[in-house]
Design a protein around this ligand. Structure first.
Ligand SMILES: [Zn+2]
Length: 352
């Protein structure tokens, strides 16, 4: 997927100008200032991706928290340490979640309760979280989603257990929230931030952009090294998330080239445009690969071996099959792919 030979529709930057910012990585429970009144902190994650970056913004007489970490003992203890050592006696005024994935939203309910603070989140993400945390509702949908991709019922059911296993890392959600709107401007301390909502990595991911300071708090929408997962979601099995994701890249390309990006994983960096163009190239490479591979009809699980070319863990299979399907749906909508159903009920994709 990183092979640049396949990219024809976009210009691959040969020497992408992505520069890691010079700030030292904050140790657990400590803050690193990245701009006046903007602090970077990290929380551990017990996954292959072992950390998340959160941001704490001075907000008048208190603080605004952006993303929260998991709802587990370790993260809550670190929040307590930060409260004791860094908050200077000031409260959290509000908690903003860029999106509803567990590493971002998990502890939000606990922080909101501790501070009697509102949660600001897009409606799409709040609805996704509410639906995810209703396991009966969700689990029932998994086998029906995965079986047509080319696996047997037993395997589909084992994936469904994995897919719902993260619910315990969420604190109960607040009952009332403030919905973030696309294009709205919000003031936090000395900065004015424009909210941009984008579909693709999830239903409605929010990023915060300050044009004056040229700072983008990007969540998972733009990461310097990792390519965020873009998957067809179980709630919308016919969706075309890659279309929305590529559209969001084009919107983000309108932001200032000199922007400092504060991502939710890895390290702050500059080189926003170069990174966006790289991401675009990767997706176009995958589209091209699938177009070639589907000269003979194949189901999604047959395609996973070709696209990913490595041993996939069961959790990787969930992400990879959703992402492979996202690329196939993009080609379907462009009428460059045809979908049929074989006698076992598996979807077959073939290049037109
Ligand atoms: Zn995410």
């Amino acid at each position: 997927m990183m092979d640049e030979d396949g990219a024809t529709e976009v210009n691959t930057p040969k020497h992408a100008q992505i520069t890691t910012a010079n700030f030292p990585i904050p140790s657990s429970g400590h803050l690193q200032q990245v701009a006046p009144g903007i602090f970077w902190l990290r929380m551990p994650l017990p996954f292959k991706l072992d950390h998340i970056n959160l941001y704490l913004l001075e907000d008048g007489d208190g603080w605004t928290v952006i993303d929260c970490g998991l709802h587990n003992t370790e993260t809550l203890a670190l929040w307590q340490q930060i409260e004791d050592q860094c908050f200077a006696g000031k409260p959290v005024n509000r908690v903003i979640a860029t999106h509803a994935h567990v590493d971002h939203l998990g502890a939000a309910g606990a922080l909101c309760q501790r501070w009697q603070a509102p949660l600001w989140i897009s409606q799409g993400e709040f609805d996704s979280a509410s639906s995810y945390l209703n396991p009966q509702h969700k689990q029932a949908k998994y086998p029906g989603f995965f079986m047509p991709l080319g696996i047997n019922q037993e395997k589909a059911e084992s994936l469904s257990k994995l897919g719902t296993g993260l619910a315990k890392l969420f604190a109960p959600l607040p009952e009332q929230v403030r919905y973030l709107q696309d294009q709205e401007e919000i003031a936090i301390g000395q900065y004015r931030w424009q909210i941009l909502l984008a579909e693709g990595h999830c239903a409605a991911h929010a990023v915060l952009y300050c044009a004056e300071a040229k700072i983008l708090i990007s969540g998972d929408q733009v990461l310097p090294g990792i390519s965020s997962n873009v998957s067809v979601r179980i709630d919308e099995p016919e969706g075309n998330p890659l279309h929305h994701w590529l559209e969001a890249i084009d919107r983000l390309l309108q932001l200032d080239k000199e922007t400092l990006v504060l991502p939710a994983h890895e390290r702050p960096f500059s080189g926003l445009h170069a990174r966006l163009m790289q991401l675009k190239c990767e997706h176009h490479d995958t589209l091209e690969l699938l177009t070639t591979q589907c000269s003979e009809a194949k189901n999604v699980f047959q395609l996973l071996n070709v696209v990913y070319q490595r041993e996939l863990s069961p959790f990787d299979i969930i992400l990879a099959s959703g992402e492979c399907l996202a690329h196939l749906h993009y080609l379907l909508d462009k009428q460059q792919m045809r979908k049929t159903v074989d006698e076992q009920g598996h979807y077959l994709f073939q290049t037109v």
